[in-house]
Design a protein around this ligand. Structure first.
Ligand code: BG6
Length: 505
């Protein structure tokens, strides 16, 4: 691997502490970092190299040091450096440049840099031009990559604007837009399940698949992120990025090869084939909700509007369900249902592929098989795995049929270390592999689909927002998106209580 300095802008922030530094330490322990490597933290707070090491590493409880050797701990700490600057002042970037030159000398890192912007998004338009002003985008001296976190814009116009601004200073192949869902092992496994097996791909189309559901449920509320979340909502926070990306893995055409270029090209093509939902159609295809206070097991859970940083009359959605179609040869007429929400009964992300029922029903007296559809359930998290549900004969007389499961759990791959999503993606970026990063065009195509929904909510006072008690599966109205049997979502945990009270806000 090429020598490199990994520069973290916003190094004193939460993401660096919770995800970036712990992932880099894990990669160091596993011996996966380049031999010549340094990490430079940059932010406004004033630290020396030593005090940054103590704050970001030694005292950081998110970094698991218990199972590391003293040498691993010491050698990682020795890679950490810090430079304080006022990120909004152009002249301060010379300090970053000088510090990088020193690190190049100390670690022989040959002017290869990754700039990871773990900062508020408004700085995405400021940091890249200032880096460029000091030649820190110049790939003739060494590789230069820029990593940014979502949100990649706020709507289609701002996303195009952001892409345009970034591309003024960095080439598209230098820009790595991170989506941590694509770093999840089970999401990557979607492509392998589909394209490395002879049995699934022939069935993966409108002839055999009835409909596909994606559920991404969270039991937590917005916590102390109310200020951020209220300007975002479930559509921007989860659907426009993570869930459309997951959908792309399920629905894309076979790429011409397994490389970044072909896979990303198929993603763009797929997003461009999603049938647009017009502003007038939003109430037919989209249901939004907001959680209300409720008591679960004696514990009072706040409603969204009572959360810190959330305005009293907020209309921001914490729940979203969308039905849509993909207008291409493979998926013509197959509905896709995607739902996500906060304060649902559990934390689970899963994909349910429902196959069409057999053309002729032999076992008519058996209601169960008469109505049953084979299902493939891909659990992204937790208990990562894949379950196939099908009918089998109950032993004994007659032909009683019962649905049974064939269940694979990732945890059965004993002793196989599964890297965290961030660790995986950071390592890919260090290697210069952009396969699991979003391309500018696909981000724009995803916004183009989402924009009319945002516009309808903004412009049409008739658009409804439903309340749902915290701890339930969201507004019942989302079942109405299904107009054919089974008329409701696959329930990831039928054992959990289902309440039915909901109201319109
Ligand atoms: C983040 C969202 O991108 O993803 C959060 O901003 C959400 O609101 C989180 O909680 C979910 O990620 P995961 O990996 O916990 O499913």
């Amino acid at each position: 691997m090429e020598p490199l300095v990994f520069v973290i802008f916003g190094a004193s922030g939460d993401l660096a502490k919770r995800k970036l530094l712990p992932s880099l330490f894990q990669a160091h322990k596993a011996g996966n970092l380049p031999q010549n490597f340094a990490i430079l933290g940059v932010s406004r707070t004033s630290f020396s190299d030593e005090s940054f090491r103590a704050k970001a590493f030694t005292d950081n409880l998110h970094i698991k040091k218990e199972d590391a050797s003293q040498e691993q701990i010491r050698s990682f700490a020795r890679m950490l450096y810090y430079q304080a600057i006022d990120t909004s002042k152009k002249e301060d970037y010379v300090k970053v440049k000088d510090k990088l030159s020193k690190l190049d000398e100390l670690h022989q890192t040959k002017c290869n840099y990754i700039f990871y912007l773990s900062t508020p998004p408004w700085l995405y338009e400021i940091i890249p031009p200032y880096l460029a002003h000091f030649g820190l985008n110049d790939r003739t001296t060494g590789s230069k990559r820029l990593v940014i976190e979502k949100p990649f814009g706020y709507d289609l116009t701002s996303a195009k604007d952001l892409n345009g601004k970034l591309q003024q200073h960095f080439e598209e192949d230098q820009i790595f837009r991170i989506d941590h869902y694509l770093g999840k092992e089970t999401v990557q496994n979607l492509l392998v399940t589909r394209f490395a097996n002879g049995i699934f791909e022939p069935l993966w189309n409108r002839n055999f698949i009835d409909h596909i559901e994606i559920t991404a449920a969270e039991s937590i509320g917005v916590g102390n992120r109310g200020g951020y979340y209220d300007h975002s909502g479930a559509l921007r926070d989860m659907f426009q990025n993570h869930l459309l990306m997951v959908m792309a893995q399920i629905a894309m055409e076979p790429p011409t090869s397994g490389n970044a270029k072909s896979i990303r090209a198929e993603t763009v093509k797929l997003f461009e084939s999603i049938r647009p939902i017009t502003e007038e159609e939003v109430s037919k295809y989209v249901v939004r909700g907001q959680y209300l206070a409720s008591t679960i097991n004696g514990e009072l859970l706040k409603g969204y509007r009572e959360e810190e940083g959330v305005p009293e009359h907020s209309k921001t959605e914490t729940y979203l369900a969308v039905k849509f179609f993909i207008d291409n040869w493979r998926w013509a007429g197959v509905p896709f249902y995607v739902r996500t929400g906060k304060r649902l009964p559990t934390k689970v992300t899963e994909i349910t592929v429902s196959f069409k029922a057999p053309p002729h029903t032999l076992f008519r007296n058996q209601k169960e098989i008469f109505q049953s559809q084979n299902k493939m359930i891909i659990r992204i998290q937790p208990d990562e795995g894949l379950l196939l549900n099908f009918g089998m004969k109950v032993p004994g007389d007659g032909f009683r049929v019962k649905n049974v499961n064939m269940d694979f759990h990732y945890s059965d791959l004993a002793n196989q270390y599964i890297p965290d999503a961030y660790e995986r993606l950071i390592l890919d970026c260090i290697k210069g592999d952009a396969t699991l990063y979003a391309r500018g065009e696909s981000v724009e195509a995803a916004w183009a689909f989402v924009d009319p929904i945002l516009n309808a909510w903004k412009n049409d006072p008739e658009q409804k927002l439903f309340g749902y008690p915290a701890g339930t599966w969201g507004p019942d109205n989302s079942d109405m998106l299904f107009d054919t049997w089974p008329f409701s979502w696959h329930d990831p945990c039928p054992a959990l209580t289902k309440e039915h009270n909901f109201c319109e806000l």
